[in-house]
Design a binder for this molecule. Structure first.
Ligand SMILES: Cc1cc2nc3c(=O)[nH]c(=O)nc-3n(C[C@H](O)[C@H](O)[C@H](O)COP(=O)(O)O)c2cc1C
Length: 273
């Protein structure tokens, strides 16, 4: 079932795979083996493959040589800090889109984000074609303004309505004229859909910024797609049984920030229990 194999020529019998297995599925004789009574507990995390220094372990038919090597190569802390502190919500974009191959690559990297018990049910739906995005922008804006005009706005959304009226003068307050959109959703039987989707989106945001793209978390687009004009979920091809958790607009920024903003740090509390 797990297709777990050990290259006994390479295995040093160090036992790291057994020690790192979350559910103790791997036992050690001369070499590691799968304990049949626990096999069904495997959450497919691949830690056994990742932790094996000589690359002796294969699981699910995966070749460890196809994994990214991790000897060094991490960004230094100062660069990570600059990325985190220098990221801004971008609300002005160039019309030209980003390379679709780059977008695809970013999303493939983001699929490495953690999910509760490794469920990996987060669906990332991307509009990578700027022309398709313009069609969707038009459709969403028209639908939202129609709902407002006809007084059919769901309860509690009056504040958003005031904001959306900005679209009447041609300003794109929903998508900020971004050429791309990313929607994170998950099916209803997901254990932690909120956390899974927000983590994936946060990873995407930082990675996209490291490639010079701008991003903005788009609560207004989420409200339009999920509550004001819910037919838009189907337009994006997102399955009916999926809950949309968060939406991000992104693209090449038409604004440059020259310094970070300043935060007080007053939300940080030290506990000494
Ligand atoms: C969950 C969430 C929803 C947001 N929705 C919107 C939005 O709909 N439109 C927008 O322009 N900015 C939106 N923002 C961006 C915030 O306004 C922004 O993060 C905040 O003002 C701080 O600015 P900064 O991101 O540049 O540090 C959202 C942010 C979050 C976290």
């Amino acid at each position: 079932m797990l297709n777990f194999t050990v290259d006994t020529e390479k295995c040093t019998q160090c036992g790291e795979c057994a020690r790192d297995c979350l559910y103790g599925i791997i036992g050690m004789d001369d070499h590691p083996f799968i304990r049949e009574d626990k096999e069904d507990k495997c959450i497919r995390c691949q830690h056994c493959l990742a932790v094996c220094k000589p690359g002796a372990i294969s699981i699910f038919g995966l070749n460890p040589a196809d994994s990214a090597p991790l000897d060094g190569g991490l960004p230094d802390p100062e660069r990570m800090e600059t990325l985190i502190m220098g990221r801004r919500s971008v609300r002005r974009y160039k019309k030209a889109g980003a390379d679709p191959a780059l977008i695809r690559h970013l999303l493939e990297v983001v699929s490495h984000a953690p999910t509760a018990v490794n469920q990996q049910k987060t669906r990332l739906t991307v509009v990578d074609d700027p022309e398709a995005m313009d069609r969707f922008r038009e459709r969403a804006t028209t639908a939202a303004l129609k709902v407002i005009r006809e007084g059919r706005l769901p309860d509690g959304m009056e504040r958003i309505a005031d904001f959306l009226r900005g679209c009447e003068s041609g300003e794109d307050v929903i998508f900020r004229n971004a050429p791309h959109l990313l929607v994170a959703s998950a099916p209803s039987d997901t254990l932690a859909p909120m956390a899974d989707c927000h983590i994936a989106m946060s990873y995407f945001e930082l990675l996209a910024n490291s490639h010079g793209l701008g991003t903005v978390w788009d609560g207004i687009a989420k409200a339009v797609i999920t509550a004001i004009a819910p037919e838009l979920q189907g337009v994006l091809g997102i399955p009916d049984d999926h809950q949309i958790i968060c939406v991000m607009a992104f693209g090449k920024p038409a604004v440059k920030y020259h310094r970070s903003v300043q935060r007080s740090g007053e939300n940080i509390f030290r506990a000494v229990p």
